[in-house]
Design a protein around this ligand. Structure first.
Ligand SMILES: [Ca+2]
Ligand SMILES: [Ca+2]
Length: 117
């Protein structure tokens, strides 16, 4: 659910973390940014790559105006602005590029982000 004029975008994807991409607390991650003026409740939203790997953000996560949420692929200690999905394998391609799509809790596309690598 988006309250006020929240506007969540995929700001960046750090698709190649140092070393192994799913090290505990230090995996590859996506940066979501709220560039609007209202808080965005992003619980239930999900990210999907071109190979249909999905990461769903749990309920309770929100992004304040001007704030960010890092969505890590691997395991780690989640905080209010860092969610660790706990997957054992990386999903964002280190070579050949990839496209991330962010969908909200009703399945509407919020943003897409493509990179080449
Ligand atoms: Ca990667
Ligand atoms: Ca790496």
């Amino acid at each position: 659910m988006v309250e006020g004029d929240a506007d969540v975008v995929i700001a960046n994807i750090v698709y190649d973390a140092p070393g192994n991409d799913v090290v505990y607390n230090d995996s590859e991650y996506v940066v979501l940014s709220n560039t609007g003026t209202g808080t965005a409740d992003v619980g239930g939203w999900w990210l999907v790559d071109i190979a249909d790997h999905r990461i769903t953000i749990p309920s309770g996560y929100a992004i304040a105006p001007g704030g960010t949420l890092r969505v890590y692929t691997g395991p780690g200690d989640s905080t209010t602005d860092r969610y660790f999905a706990g997957r054992g394998q990386a999903i964002w391609n280190n070579s050949g590029g990839d496209t991330a799509t962010l969908l909200d809790d009703s399945g509407e596309t919020v943003d897409t982000y493509s990179y080449s690598s």
